[in-house]
Design a protein around this ligand. Structure first.
Ligand SMILES: Nc1nc2c(ncn2[C@@H]2O[C@H](COP(=O)(O)OP(=O)(O)OP(=O)(O)O)[C@@H](O)[C@H]2O)c(=O)[nH]1
Ligand SMILES: [Mg+2]
Length: 441
């Protein structure tokens, strides 16, 4: 069976070699993507959502100037795959003390190595760390940990002659007063798969770890989904470490594990040494999945072109030329470091208040509401809000699940901003300050 990575790359290269980009070719690409993702056991609903997004963006969005439609569509596919994995790089949040993390996974995936790597990583990040060896099946598991963490001043707890649950229980007790984070290494080999799962279930019930990390080996391919499911049933998986990413495997199986568990990949293992661990970065992973060399340059080119278009739009915005839809989109951009805020940052505006996290969250909610309102408008209404009379407003409010006042307030803000922006041609700074202040109320 071809791997996910192979299927995705084949789908894209077929798309690239088509003579034109039309609806039919895009639909075919979507079908190929669907097939690849479904084969990788990615949840059907997620596949559906991805397909819709690709279809909408590929057919409607239009490529930025200087970029071919083909390249644009590939960038869209890339974006949507990244979204599937969570856009931002992952992080490990230590929310209480001690924070107990239990590592699970089948034989030889790299649990013990990952426990040592993560312990070292956390220690370097300023945490007090303790490690528990709750593997009573692998001869020398404890020695392996000792060797890996030699000279690192990280306590390792182990007891001879008792079962894994007892070791873990006593270990947590023992380490609690000296460690911020406790990492539990568990067994991967057992008399049988059922035995292994039973032990994990017991550990989960008795120890109640704050986070269960599933260790997946990039080389095992689609079996990752099957294993993830089995573990997830006995101990809900909170996060994933994908190991052996330094090998030629592309790790597409991890996507199935993500799909089975809903957990995020947080770290990658990239070698046998203690330092070979890195925070997971979704865009880098998708780049690799799609064949980095070919795609990296393309993505960069399209990104650059998109920023330029963004700046053009932002300039038009500042001239007061924008539709209702542009208005909400620009507000959206503004809360990221989008073109508008970049532009604003180039214009020194004395007295412009900084957005606090709270106002930012407020603005975010407001913008989401406005986006929903625009969603339930017809294209006609979006282009020409003047036609919005009370019955239409009522319908839109119902459709968006907001009050009529919300709809009216959006229209009012839109009109006002447009007026202000037009007036701003004469005295941009004063007006911008006014507008910016208003939006943060
Ligand atoms: N190349 C490479 N090898 C790794 C990585 N992580 C672990 N290994 C190697 O994989 C082998 C198994 O690693 P372990 O950490 O013992 O795996 P485990 O899951 O604890 O194994 P069991 O306890 O037997 O279930 C060792 O030889 C490790 O050095 C990695 O990221 N890259
Ligand atoms: Mg081990």
């Amino acid at each position: 069976m071809p791997s996910l990575s192979e299927m995705l790359r084949k789908a894209l290269s077929k798309f690239t070699s088509a003579s034109t980009v039309d609806r039919r070719v895009v639909e075919e690409l979507i079908r190929d993507l669907q097939r690849a993702l479904i084969m990788a056991d990615v949840n059907v609903e997620l596949v559906q959502k991805l397909s819709e997004n690709v279809r909408r963006r590929a057919l409607k969005e239009g490529a930025p100037p200087g970029i071919s439609r083909k390249d644009h569509v590939i960038k869209v596919v890339y974006d949507e795959l990244v979204k599937l994995l969570g856009e931002k790089p992952a992080e490990l949040k230590i929310t209480k003390r001690p924070y107990v993390i239990m590592m699970v996974g089948i034989q030889g995936t790299g649990k013990t190595t990952s426990v040592a790597k993560l312990a070292n990583y956390l220690k370097l990040n300023g945490y007090m760390v303790g490690v528990i060896c709750a593997d009573t099946y692998r001869p020398g598991a404890y020695d392996q940990l000792k060797q890996l963490l030699d000279g690192k001043d990280i306590p390792i707890f182990y007891l001879d002659g008792v079962d894994a649950v007892e070791i873990a229980r006593r270990g947590v007790k023992e380490l609690s007063d000296k460690a911020d984070v406790i990492l539990i290494d568990t067994a991967g080999r057992h008399r049988s798969q059922e035995d292994l799962m039973k032990e994990m279930e017991d550990l989960q019930k008795k120890i109640k770890p704050d986070e269960v990390m599933l260790i997946i080996d990039a080389t095992i391919g689609q079996m990752a989904g099957v294993h993830a499911k089995a573990f997830h049933e006995v101990a809900p998986i909170g996060s994933i470490i994908l190991t052996k990413m330094d090998t030629s495997a592309r790790g597409g199986g991890a996507l199935s594990a993500v799909a089975e568990t809903g957990a995020r990949i947080k770290f990658l293992g990239t070698g046998e040494k203690l330092e070979d661990i890195e925070l997971f970065n979704p865009s880098r992973y998708v780049g690799r999945l799609l064949g980095m060399g070919d795609i990296e340059g393309l993505i960069e080119r399209v990104k650059l072109a998109e920023i330029q278009v963004g700046e053009e739009k932002a300039k038009a915005f500042l001239r007061g030329e924008f539709t209702l839809e542009d208005f909400v989109n620009q507000l959206r951009e503004m809360r990221k470091t989008g073109p508008l805020s970049k532009l604003l940052s180039k214009i020194p505006i004395p007295g412009l208040p900084e957005m606090s996290p709270e106002t930012l969250a407020e603005t975010e909610k407001q913008i989401d509401k406005w986006a929903a309102i625009i969603q339930s408008m017809t294209p006609e209404e979006r282009m020409d809000p003047k036609i919005l009379h009370s019955s239409r407003i009522k319908r839109i409010a119902r459709g968006a699940g907001v009050s009529e006042r919300d709809v009216k307030s959006l229209l009012k803000q839109y009109k006002l901003t447009k007026k202000l922006m037009k007036a701003a041609k004469r005295s941009p700074q004063k007006i911008l300050r006014k507008l910016y202040g208003r939006m943060m109320k």
